[in-house]
Ligand binder design. Structure first.
Ligand code: GRF
Length: 202
């Protein structure tokens, strides 16, 4: 399966997926890395590892055309958002419907939506007093964090936790969950039942 990864920053989830592909555990190829942020470490990682890397922020018709051309030229079958901090334009969502997945650092539909990103999520988690949080992999639609949920994993929240502690605990789970879902999609293990996606072996 031909994959495009979109990342805006550090790119540790991108690295987690890449390393499983390198290890032969996922039968896929990351054909390109797209970032809206020219400073993203993810771009550096891609270049070092021979993956075509593009810094494009879709703000104009021309950049949108360039964006879609990259996806078409690379015959992309799955788009993985790994810490991508921009709303995916309708045109892309429609063209790649149910072919775009995102990892979110909380148990959606809680702690999602506009403004719920990065450390904000974990601050809100602590403030709310929930005893569990976690990571969610979901399909992407036109609204932030509202697409169908594919898989989730929980982690506990402890009394003495800081947002940074929670972030660290959740990130560890993200690095497991995202590659796992990518693998299952590549192996055709995702089934739809009652209009909901399920991973057969999770
Ligand atoms: C992750 O926590 C992800 O869930 C969120 O942004 C963070 C990105 O981290 N959407 P990284 O760039 O993959 O290291």
């Amino acid at each position: 399966m031909n994959i495009a990864v979109f990342a805006s920053g550090r790119g540790s989830n991108f690295e987690a997926v890449f390393s499983k592909i390198q290890a032969g555990e996922i039968r896929a190829k990351i054909k390109c890395l797209i970032s809206n942020n020219p400073e993203a470490l993810a771009l550096e990682f891609a270049k070092k590892n021979g993956i075509s890397a593009f810094a494009i922020d879709i703000k104009s018709v021309a950049s949108m055309e360039q964006f879609l051309k990259i996806l078409e030229d690379n015959e992309i079958q799955l788009i993985v958002l790994a810490g991508y901090m921009r709303l995916i334009p309708n045109e892309v969502v429609e063209r790649y419907f149910n072919k775009i997945i995102n990892i979110h650092p909380a148990l959606l539909p809680a702690f999602g939506g506009k403004g719920c990103y990065g450390m904000n999520v974990h601050k809100k988690v602590i403030k709310s007093g929930v005893k569990f949080t976690g990571a969610t992999v979901h399909f992407v639609n036109n609204n932030y964090d509202e697409g169908q949920i594919i898989a989730q994993e929980t982690v506990p929240v402890f009394q003495e936790d800081t947002p940074e502690d929670v972030a660290k605990r959740v990130l560890k789970v993200e690095h497991k969950l995202l590659p796992q879902v990518v693998k299952q999609i590549c192996e055709n293990q995702l089934v739809w039942e009652n209009n909901k996606p399920w991973i057969k072996t999770l």
